[in-house]
Design a protein around this ligand. Structure first.
Ligand code: TRP
Length: 456
């Protein structure tokens, strides 16, 4: 890999925060050009900064079509503020009408962290799901499952493994000959996690969005590629409009009219193309040009905005013909909140983060010691001003504790101009954090009877 490239390692301890480079290098779309009608705190503040094909979800919502949200948790350690950010997003999608599925990656944590399945179950329930209830997820519209218990997820992972190879894993994850094979299996099972909600028994074909920290993007790139490779039909840009192509594969060649000796069965091929035309006939195009000889169906009047509905219609067709009909997942990416010490937030280093279970006294101690964006002396601070972009207390108010945008802008300005001192910023953060954590702990008690419902 070239030295000036950003690397993203889902298991690594370092993290690039050069977000515009990340967008560019990995082909993410910026959130800047997305208009959201009812934005959450994380959207308004640019914390959710990028996405892949979020339009599939927004379009489904606009048309009142179903869509789903999927995320996963690694049962190890305790839930901290960074984890709560994902749940904030899940919450928002749930309020927008999405159904929610959450994978407990107990297979991944047993293989990569040495945590037994029984222990993983305890951690998931006590340290994570009980806080999901407290954070407001609706147990009636949320299903939490264990990887080890959902066969279909493992089976999908296995089946999809056929569509990739070690070279691709090397390219995506930087694996080499010494890589533990658990790290090869985990992403395949995770692809199973991400894709299975669209199977018939889990709600059927619909767009699924995966809100994640940007460290998980390699998994999404892999999963999107795997889904695309299974697809029997694909939609691409034509000189004019869009065109549909056919992907003949081992599994479907006979159905597609290619016999085992390689000869093309013209009748069968014609039937397939008639099916394609029929599948898209009620989408309102006036010009559908079927060309079985070239293996394409051309729609000159279609625009890129039509891609979504064409893909959905073709995936339904594929399913009716016996294929898996998997839609590549959409995703959103959030920035990482800094650790309290100014380094990466990590559950294995308690000083770097607030845990949802921290009491007021612990939170106060951590915030008092947190990395400050202030100047060395009061005199200098008054004269030069502080840096809220580096100040952990300010950052935690922005990411987690302060709902009021106007107030936040006010203290940002006050800090920058030197009017507000570092100690005062910390004091404000302590007050907000204490209130937030106390409230959460009360909610946790009130909602404890709901926890079991998340697993049904
Ligand atoms: N690998 C994720 C982590 O380390 C957990 C996970 C498992 C996950 N399956 C997922 C995340 C599906 C998002 C989507 O935290």
């Amino acid at each position: 890999m070239m030295n000036d490239e950003v690397t993203i390692d889902p298991w690594g301890s370092s993290q690039s925060t050069d977000y515009s480079r990340i967008i560019e290098q990995f082909g993410l779309s910026s959130m800047d050009s997305v208009s959201i009608t009812d934005p959450s705190r994380l959207h308004r503040r640019g914390i959710v900064f990028a996405h892949r094909e979020l339009d599939m979800i927004l379009e489904a919502k606009r048309l009142s079509n179903p869509f789903g949200v999927l995320t996963g948790l690694m049962p190890s350690g305790s839930m901290h503020m960074g984890h709560s950010m994902v749940i904030d997003q899940v919450n928002w999608f749930q309020q927008q009408g999405g159904d929610v599925t959450i994978a407990v990656a107990d297979l991944e944590s047993t293989a990569t962290r040495g945590i037994s399945l029984a222990e993983g179950r305890r951690i998931a329930t006590e340290e994570y799901v009980s806080y999901y209830a407290a954070l407001g997820l609706d147990p009636e519209k949320t299903n939490v499952y264990f990887q080890s218990e959902r066969n279909i997820v493992q089976r999908l992972g296995f089946q999809l493994g056929k569509r990739t190879n070690l070279s691709e894993f090397e390219a995506i994850y930087g694996f080499d000959g010494a890589t533990n094979l658990a790290h090869v299996q985990a992403p395949l099972v995770q692809a199973g996690d991400i894709l299975h909600p669209q199977l018939e028994e889990y709600g059927g074909l619909r767009p699924i969005v995966v809100p994640v920290g940007v460290d998980q993007d390699p998994h999404l790139r892999l999963t999107r590629g795997l889904a695309a490779k299974t697809n029997w039909f694909n939609v691409s840009n034509a000189k004019m409009g869009l065109q549909i192509g056919v992907s003949v594969q081992e599994e479907n060649s006979v159905i597609m009219g290619v016999e085992s000796n390689g000869r093309v069965n013209k009748e069968r091929q014609k039937e397939v193309f008639a099916k394609i035309v029929n599948a898209i006939s009620n989408l309102g195009f006036s010009d559908i040009i079927s060309n079985p000889k070239h293996g394409t169906v051309h729609i000159p009047s279609a625009t890129p905005r039509d891609k979504g509905s064409l893909r959905m219609a073709l995936l339904s067709l594929e399913r009716s013909m016996g294929g898996m009909g998997l839609l590549a997942p959409s995703s959103t990416y959030h920035r990482f909140a800094v650790g309290m010490t100014g380094d990466k937030m990590s559950s294995s280093k308690p000083k770097t983060t607030l845990f949802l279970s921290d009491d007021a006294a612990t939170a106060e101690k951590k915030i008092k010691k947190s990395f400050s964006g202030g100047q060395a002396t009061v005199e200098e601070h008054r004269r030069l001003g502080g840096n809220p972009d580096k100040d952990v207390a300010y950052q935690y108010m922005m990411y987690f504790f302060e709902e009021d945008d106007a107030f936040l802008a006010e203290i940002n300005e006050g800090y920058r101009s030197g009017k507000i001192l570092a100690g005062e910023m910390k004091q404000m953060c302590i007050e907000r954090a204490t209130e937030w954590l106390t409230n959460l702990s009360e909610k946790k008690d009130e909602t404890s009877h709901l926890v079991a419902n998340f697993f049904e």
